[in-house]
Design a protein around this ligand. Sequence first.
Ligand code: ZN
Ligand code: ZN
Length: 340
Amino acid sequence: MPLSPTTSPTVTPSDPAPPPQAYDGTSPFPPDGPAPARSGSDRLYVTVTAVIVVLPFVAISLAGWLLWGSLIHPADIVLAFVLYTITGLGVTVGFHRGLTHGGYRAVRPVRIALAVAGSMSFQGDVIGWVATHRRHHAFTDRPGDPHSPYRYGTHLRGQLRGLLHAHVGWLFRNDRTPPERYAPDLLADRDIRAVARAFPALCVLTLALPFAVGWLIGGTWRHGVTALLWAGLVRIALLHHVTWSVNSLCHMIGERPFRTRRHDRATNLWTLALLSFGESWHNLHHADPTSARHGVDRGQLDPSAAVIRLLERLGWVHDVRWPTAERVAARRARCQPLNP
Ligand SMILES: [Zn+2]
Ligand SMILES: [Zn+2]
């Protein structure tokens, strides 16, 4: 079913009414009002977020220090590559193209496996992730968007501040997106609810696994520690920053060959295509959110689409929304300036 670029990309019920104050595309977003009082669990959320963001950098420093005394083991790099790929595809194929946008339907074991793999990326539980991302599509680059780089306006200082906000600052705002409103379909799904509940355990697993495998392969606990550093913390940090770069850089720099909704400035950024498994073809994605393929033009690498194709051939996913030539052509921009 073709989806008009002016239609909300999500499968959620009606979005809240547009903000009362018209947005002109250049001003800072109006203030959200006084921040709600923080409860004990809110403080815990902010503390955990800070630890997750800061700890990998401590780990990288520690890893660098360790390197002076002992080499990185080849198994660490192989393990880091394997876990980066599995958890990354869990986010792109599972969380994003499947659960958020319904780009295909998967058989139950695959749906659960992808949700588990994505949860092991340390990016929040699956239901919260999907709710936040659907809200991003509902309010892209205008008031209501949880992580727009245009939050503080389009002048230079505002843009720099906005870039930081879109990349990582938004995580610290404690700006919860209600899943009841944005992801009722997932809340009604017993399997997905169970995966969301298991998120803390999966966070432990994503670190314990490389430690155990490193120890098993190397035979000493030191091998376990270096595997934990490289294939655990550093791998998580790299995927974090690649995912966050799609939120920040892919709304600021790059090409805009496709038409998007008013104020939506999503871009295609080829430099991140491989590391992001095709997610940095973000302009096409915002122009046609349910499309299972984001890299639709010649030479645009899209590993997530290749994985969906493979799963389709295996009979594990079906009803895939592959883009047709007409659908892509209908969304191609004639002439669209970056700023409205
Ligand atoms: Zn976006
Ligand atoms: Zn999306």
